[in-house]
Structures are given as C-alpha cells and as structure tokens.
Design a protein around this ligand. Structure first.
Ligand SMILES: [Zn+2]
Length: 204
C-alpha cells in the first residue's frame, strides 16, 4: 500500500479548528499490532464524552491521525483495522461523540514515506498547509512523535497534550525536548476537559 488512508465519517464543516487525536493508547486501549480482543476498549469515559460534546458545540471537529504500520508489516489487514475504526466510531456515537474524519499511514519506518508521524503530512488532509486554524487546533497523543507532528503542522506548544495512557508513560520517562513543550495529562478525558476550559477562557 503506497498512499495514506483518509476517510470522512460525517459531512465536514469546512475550515474549523480541529481536535486531533492518535488512536491506540489515546482513544482506544493499545493492544499492539494484532489485537486479541474483537471489540476495542474505549479510553474515553463519561467525563471525556461530556467535554467532547461541549467542544463540538463550541465549533470543533474531531480527527484521528494514526500510524498503522501493522498494515505494511503484514501483521494486520487494512480491512480489519478499518473495521476496528468503525467499532470505535460506533462506541463513541453511543455517547453522542462524533469522530468526523480519520487518517492512517500504513507504512513502516523503513519505507521513508511522507505521511508517517512525526511528519505533519496527514494533518493537511484536515486543514490546508499553513492554515491559521492550526493555531486554534489541538493534538492529543501518547508518543513524542504525535507531539512533534502536531507541532510541525503548526499547532502551538500550549495546545499539545501527551497522555500517560498507552505508550505515554514510557515516552514521558524518556522525556525529550519535544515533551518539554507539551502538556502532560493522565488521559484523553483530562485533555478534553482542559481544552474546553481553555476555550471558555479564550472566548470570555
Ligand atoms: Zn506513510
């Protein structure tokens, strides 16, 4: 597979700010390249769900930006990864949380593709490169590369969140310069709550 995969799950609202999120270890429990469970486990709880809906009402769209090298490592198929995305989207919808768009890079690091994070390329499927909407967008990830990719796309340091679920604690303990610019929070739920509070302050 040579291209990254990009899917719109709802009608999109044009150039709004986005809440970008990684998938494994952020929205879903990270179960590795070949998950054993058929149903994914959502890390978004009722508090996170509440702030997700609040942020939607404040004009944000929600996007997933994920490296899925299991595809080109031939450890998992594209169709089963897309199926897992659909189960995740359905579980989120049960909380009335809409994930508007997903993008995935299928490549291994050795392929030196243009899309794999820390490259910002996949973010340009959501907003045009250099868009000032990146200045009002957020990235929530569990890896240094998530923080680097979001920052390279133009998301300001104060809007980058490293969660300690998934791979987060390990990357935090091996903290690099990239992490010094990110907010470190326990989970996606805390990140969404903090983002909502920031927005309310900005707009007051
Ligand atoms: Zn790629």
């Amino acid at each position: 597979m040579s291209q990254h995969i990009s899917v719109n799950h709802t009608d999109l609202n044009g150039e709004t700010p986005w809440i970008f999120m990684d998938r494994d270890g952020v929205i879903l429990e990270d179960e590795g390249y070949t998950p054993k469970s058929e149903t994914p486990t959502l890390l978004v709880d009722t508090i996170g769900g509440y702030y997700w809906r609040r942020l939607r009402d404040l004009g944000f769209q929600f996007g997933m930006v994920s490296n899925q090298s299991a595809i080109n490592r031939q450890l998992n198929s594209l169709s089963s990864i897309i199926h897992r995305n659909e189960l995740m989207i359905k579980a989120l919808l049960e909380m009335e949380c809409k994930l508007n768009k997903t993008t995935m890079c299928p490549h291994t690091p050795d392929e030196n593709c243009k899309c794999r994070k820390p490259s910002p390329t996949m973010f340009y499927d959501f907003l045009s490169q250099g868009s000032d909407k990146f200045l009002r967008s957020f990235m929530i990830g569990d890896k240094i590369t998530d923080i680097e990719a979001g920052n390279a796309a133009g998301i300001p340091p104060g809007n980058l969140f490293l969660v300690l679920t998934g791979n987060g604690l390990s990357d935090y303990e091996n903290a690099s310069d990239a992490l010094q610019i990110a907010n470190v929070v326990p989970s996606i739920n805390t990140a969404l709550e903090m983002i909502e509070k920031l927005i309310v302050i900005w707009r007051s």
